[in-house]
Design a protein around this ligand. Structure first.
Ligand code: NDP
Length: 349
């Protein structure tokens, strides 16, 4: 069985989802209540591969909200993640994806040192960040999007915002060695990590967001920002391809201007409908994103735990930070195609 540990994008979003799911006692409550709320299994899921194989899974709502980080409720945030992991393990789930901020909190707060959660000894091999599949899908979105919008990658300048992150660094490795892009612009805040990445790649120009945006033919957003930022479309080149892979989205709104093409980054579409309710509700109630096919579209990190379940690979395929290789991206990419997943090329609605 596979599992998905998810969270919502804001308190308002969480309140509307709780209402739709029939958790009335959660629906009118403020952040303090959500800080105390235990994890819940809120959906049972069945996925059918294009090979005909069927797998079963559960969705674990961690009750983490990005506002917990914004208001420095770090203890609550970390408790949400380890409690959700313990809950998933207690249900006998073999492989669970840590969606969105779950894996970022796990790494930033060094939660690997917490091995015991009440009576559960965490078995970390049962969890995956899902970041290898996410990075693979984002790179395919860059390659396929460039083709769609007439951008020649061999002559293109690509800015990666969040370049030193787990997903960002993997995207840089792939764009360097597989897509053969002309120029890589590396954007993040910590200068040492940027220098380390530049040394590893043996290329790339370190820049601020403001410096990079006007130079880029393609922008990949994979920064861990609790809130999206607004960008002025006037500073962007035409054509410009923007792949926004953040969750919550890194850009506040999708830009609807001629020559600027925004793709919903890190999202995959399955070839068959998935039997679930939760993502349809999350989608319907979000003010930040809308998937156009909620019965088939999902976050690539969630799809990674499905792929590992299909393949009987009950192991933490994506783990630790900045360990993702292009070979592992190839490997998860092959099974992604085999079971009928493909990158979404549409804009967020
Ligand atoms: P990491 O924490 O590993 O990396 C985050 C990166 O963003 C770092 O390079 C960090 O560097 C940079 N960053 C953070 N804040 C800013 C800022 N204000 N300006 C510029 N750079 C910034 O995160 P992941 O790689 O694990 O995840 C990246 C994003 O992808 C997140 O939004 C996450 O929720 C999303 N995601 C999407 C998935 C999907 O399935 N679609 C799956 C998993 C994650 P520094 O701190 O030095 O600035």
């Amino acid at each position: 069985m596979f599992g998905l540990i998810g969270h919502l994008t804001s308190l308002v979003h969480a309140q509307s989802v709780a209402k739709e799911l029939g958790y009335e006692e959660y629906a009118d409550q403020g952040l303090d209540f959500w800080c105390m709320a235990p994890p819940q299994i809120v959906d049972d899921i069945t996925v059918t591969s294009v090979t005909g194989q069927k797998i079963y899974g559960k969705y674990v709502e961690s009750c983490f909200l990005p506002e917990m980080l914004a208001t420095k409720r770090f203890k609550a945030a970390t408790r949400k993640i380890v409690n959700a992991m313990a809950h998933a393990q207690k249900q006998g789930i073999d492989i669970t994806a840590l969606g969105g901020f779950s894996s970022i909190i796990f790494e930033n707060f060094n939660l690997a040192q917490i091995q015991q959660v009440r009576n559960v000894r965490l078995e970390l091999q049962r969890f995956t960040t899902g970041n290898t599949h996410t990075a693979y899908i984002i790179c395919r979105q860059v390659e396929q999007g460039a083709q769609l919008y007439g951008i020649d990658l061999k002559q293109a300048t690509v800015a990666v915002c969040g370049a030193t992150g787990d997903i960002g660094s993997a995207v840089c490795r792939w764009l360097d060695s597989r897509s053969d892009v002309a120029e890589l612009l590396l954007v993040a805040r910590n200068p040492e990590r940027l220098q380390d990445l530049q040394a590893e790649l043996g290329r790339g120009k370190v820049m601020t967001i403001d410096e990079a945006l006007p130079q880029a033919d393609i922008i990949v957003w994979v920064a861990s920002m609790a809130k999206g930022m607004e960008i002025d479309p006037q500073v962007l080149k035409r054509p410009c391809l923007v792949v926004d892979g953040g969750y919550p989205k890194n850009m506040i709104l999708s830009i609807q201007e001629p020559g600027i093409h925004v793709i919903d980054g890190g999202i995959v579409e399955h070839s068959l409908d998935i039997d679930w309710r939760i993502l349809q509700i999350v989608n319907r109630t979000s003010q930040l994103f809308r998937m156009t096919q909620p019965a088939r579209q999902l976050f690539a990190c969630f799809a990674e735990s499905m792929l590992l379940e299909f393949e009987g690979l009950h192991t933490n395929f994506s783990w630790g930070r900045n360990q993702i290789t292009v070979e592992k991206m190839d490997e998860i990419g092959r099974v992604s195609v085999k079971h009928g997943f493909r990158p979404v090329l549409a804009s967020p609605a």
